[in-house]
Ligand binder design. Structure first.
Ligand SMILES: O=P(O)(O)O[C@H]1O[C@H](CO)[C@@H](O)[C@H]1O
Ligand SMILES: O=c1cc[nH]c(=O)[nH]1
Length: 238
């Protein structure tokens, strides 16, 4: 009899998880993607309402699951997906706050690197400063898919922050001055977990708010309207 895999946070009850998993922070964005884009869908996780689904997109198997907000949550889900369920390609699809003037609401950013103010890296006891980066193969493919669809993307460095509300009022200006495109809260942990395990990770973001232009989208829009980013990520299924 084959072993039925489960963890404290993911209990597929025998349902499959594909080798490529899309990871929005919001589990309801995961449900929207499954409902809107996938065929032959099964639900593989409901633990903590962190919904996970597997289906097919253009005939290829792919899964989508919420990661929750912040690096501890992403750290747990991505670690278990990699080490317990054998996932090889982990693609975060998130929202972010834009820092640069040439960015607007709904623009798409691909995180080539993920700078961070988090201490997540300290667990590796490295003798220096680690630079969390995307998988080049996923990044290159995502850019090619976006180009073919005619969807403009900005590729560069993003910030994975431990804070959404930051008491340091100068922090944004400093990161902006270093060319950081946008702020989100999970990519650096995902990139580090993937690097340590030798698997592929990528973070694609849609600008949900602009920190300097004082513009923002609604929670409903963040759940259901970032479809161009979703389409790019879905095309990365192998
Ligand atoms: O829209 P998601 O994917 O959750 O991403 C961003 O939104 C949340 C904060 O509102 C954080 O998780 C941040 O990374
Ligand atoms: O982490 C996030 C996500 C969206 N907007 C922000 O300002 N920060």
């Amino acid at each position: 009899m084959s072993e039925v895999k489960q963890t404290a946070h993911i209990n597929p009850k025998g349902e499959e998880i594909a080798e490529t998993v899309l990871l929005p922070g919001d589990p309801l964005r995961a449900k929207f993607i499954a409902d809107t884009f996938l065929e032959d869908v099964t639900q593989f996780n409901t633990v903590r309402n962190m919904f996970g689904y597997t289906g097919t997109y253009k005939g290829k198997r792919i899964s989508v699951m919420g990661s929750g907000m912040g690096m501890p949550s992403m750290g747990i889900y991505s670690w278990e997906l990699i080490h317990v369920f054998g996932v090889k390609n982990l693609i975060r699809i998130g929202s972010c706050g834009a820092l640069q003037d040439d960015l607007n609401l709904y623009d798409i950013i691909i995180g080539m690197g993920a700078s961070s103010n988090s201490n997540y890296v300290s667990q590796y006891h490295l003798p220096g400063h680690y630079a969390p980066i995307a998988s080049y193969s996923l990044l290159e493919k995502a850019k090619q898919v976006a180009d073919a669809k005619g969807y403009p993307v900005h590729v560069g460095n993003i910030l994975s922050s431990d804070t959404f509300y930051n008491a340091d009022k100068e922090a944004n200006d400093k990161w902006r001055g270093m060319g950081i495109l946008g702020i989100e809260m999970e990519a650096a942990a995902l990139y580090m977990n993937a690097a340590e395990a030798g698997v592929n990770a990528l973070c694609i973001l849609t600008v949900s708010d602009h920190i300097y232009k004082q513009e923002e989208t609604t929670s409903d829009e963040r759940e259901t309207s970032f479809t161009k980013m979703m389409e790019i990520a879905l095309d990365l299924a192998e």
